[in-house]
Design a protein around this ligand. Structure first.
Ligand SMILES: [Zn+2]
Length: 143
């Protein structure tokens, strides 16, 4: 629509003023506008297909929710997050005492998953469970 109006304005201006270069200038503007709209369409349709990093405030929220729900686990580390389309993928390691039962560890995992899914709709949570004597910490999220 912008293109059509601009072309008509261009033709009218050239006829009224007799300045041919106006037509070329307006044609160039129309071309730029078309390129820009095209880029917008491409960007909107591909951003959902490619993995994107999670925005800073969302990452802060994820760290908060994890910290509040670790229970008697020792720490969490190696947090990795990404967006793919509308889904937020959250992965981290959870360190628990080696003597903690599978049942109790699993309860903590369930609680963390539920809390994260409540805070971030559609979150997919992967928790890697480690006994404290095996833990290899890279970046500690919560202790
Ligand atoms: Zn680990």
């Amino acid at each position: 629509m912008f293109g059509l109006v601009a072309v008509l304005v261009g033709v009218v201006l050239v006829v009224l003023t007799g300045i041919d270069v106006l037509d070329a200038a307006i044609a160039a503007l129309v071309a730029l506008h078309v390129l820009r709209s095209g880029w917008g369409v491409i960007r909107d349709s591909t951003s959902g297909l490619l993995d994107e990093s999670v925005p800073a405030e969302e990452l802060t929220r994820i760290r908060e929710v994890i910290s509040l729900n670790t229970g008697d686990a020792i720490e969490t580390h190696d947090l990795r997050t990404r967006h793919a389309g509308r889904t937020t993928f959250i992965e981290f390691h959870l360190v628990v005492p080696g003597s903690m039962s599978v049942e109790r560890s699993h309860e903590i995992c369930d609680r963390l998953e539920a809390a994260l899914q409540k805070a971030l709709e559609g979150a997919v949570v992967m928790i890697h469970l480690e006994p404290d004597n095996e833990a290899r910490q890279a970046q500690v999220v919560a202790r």
